[in-house]
Design a protein around this ligand. Structure first.
Ligand code: HEC
Ligand code: HEC
Ligand code: HEC
Ligand code: HEC
Length: 254
């Protein structure tokens, strides 16, 4: 279309003018493309973690976050660190201690599947802030140079002073240590059981997943099967908005 317009507009002109006009056009097109990419970039940034309650830096939009005036203006630091990470297999480059609480698991399902005796990796990562007993404000490697404390150190959060644990207040975001009243996690996904679809089934419009297999961690359902902690475009960090129970129907062919 663009090439067509260019040809029509310059048919009567000399070859030299033609070249300059074409390059001018190309320049304009380039400027437009660059502007479009910049806008797109801004849009992506807006939908990212910074506008969610998981931005625990002092500038974050939530109420539970670092105190102002600290060096804690970073976002990833409350969960990840590039160095001195916890290598116990909680989550990649994990910057928190492994939670030490004892959890009550879901129990055996109707289809006869029992979850693991204790939560696995990424589920523990979520529980390290959402179990109501682990310190949200505990990190291993503080922002900036130095400040490494194996096992974690509690940084100042809101009115909670440094050295004191800030735990999740009572309410919907406090899942507790009893996981018996939650959808089973750390449980093996077996196609056919509970009408579960094949792991190769394609998913459309899910955050960070194009097949059911992408939702599983070591073939199991964990908190991050349904939630992506980095984006809340669907609300509540859900990988898929649950309108018409679309999230549930992604796995259960009911
Ligand atoms: C509230 C905690 C939290 C914060 C804050 C956070 N992450 Fe994560 N991140 C996680 C968890 C949990 C996982 C494992 C998720 C999974 O199993 O899907 C993870 C996984 C990842 C992964 C590997 C999975 C993937 O997406 O490919 C990358 C990369 C990542 N995070 C980058 C970041 C960056 C960069 C930031 C800061 C801008 C950040 N994260 C902030 C909790 C967090
Ligand atoms: C570093 C601490 C931390 C970790 C790790 C963490 N969260 Fe959160 N999360 C929070 C805080 C703080 C809030 C805000 C709670 C509030 O205001 O009641 C929150 C809120 C939420 C909410 C509610 C969001 C809303 O908009 O109301 C969901 C859902 C959630 N987290 C899921 C998860 C899942 C799933 C994981 C693991 C993949 C996870 N979180 C890991 C700290 C954490
Ligand atoms: C099978 C999918 C699924 C799994 C697994 C899952 N969640 Fe959720 N979660 C949801 C849905 C859907 C919602 C939206 C609210 C609702 O429908 O109750 C939600 C809501 C939440 C909320 C907001 C409170 C609420 O109920 O409104 C938190 C916090 C949360 N989840 C944390 C977690 C944590 C932590 C784990 C792992 C222990 C986890 N979720 C595992 C699907 C899941
Ligand atoms: C990531 C895949 C996945 C998603 C998404 C999912 N489930 Fe499940 N669900 C499972 C697995 C795995 C089991 C255990 C199956 C078994 O018994 O072997 C299960 C079991 C169940 C059971 C049976 C529990 C029992 O005791 O027998 C119910 C009910 C259920 N899910 C409801 C839901 C609802 C409601 C949603 C949406 C909020 C949902 N699931 C989303 C994977 C998923």
């Amino acid at each position: 279309m663009m090439a067509n317009m260019m040809e029509k507009g310059i048919t009567l002109k000399s070859n030299k003018t033609k070249k300059t006009e074409v390059s001018k056009m190309k320049g304009k097109v380039l400027v437009l493309i660059v502007a479009a990419i910049a806008l797109l970039g801004a849009g992506v940034a807006l939908a990212g973690i910074s506008v969610t309650k998981h931005n625990l830096s002092s500038g974050g939009p939530g109420t539970i976050k670092a105190s102002a005036g600290q060096q804690n203006d970073e976002i990833c630091v409350y969960c990840h660190t590039p160095h001195f990470a916890n290598t116990a297999g909680v989550a990649p480059l994990w910057n928190k201690a492994t939670p030490s609480a004892t959890y009550t698991m879901y129990g055996t399902t109707l289809a006869g599947t029992a979850p693991d005796a204790a939560p696995n990796g990424v589920t523990k990562a979520c529980l390290s802030c959402h179990d109501g007993v682990s310190a949200i404000n505990s990190i291993v490697n503080s922002a900036g140079a130095g400040g490494v404390v194996t096992g974690g150190t509690n940084v100042a959060f809101g009115t909670t002073t440094a050295g004191t644990a800030k735990t999740m207040p009572a309410g919907a975001t406090n899942i507790g240590t009893n996981l018996a009243d939650d959808h089973p996690v750390s449980i093996t996904y077996t196609a056919g059981k509970a009408s579960l679809v094949a792991t190769t089934t394609a998913l459309t419009g899910w955050e960070g997943a194009t097949t059911v297999a992408n939702l599983l961690r070591s073939s199991k359902v964990e908190c991050s099967s349904c939630h992506d902690p980095h984006t809340s475009t669907n609300g509540l960090f859900l990988r898929k908005a649950n309108t018409g129970s679309a999230l549930c129907l992604g796995c259960h062919g009911k």
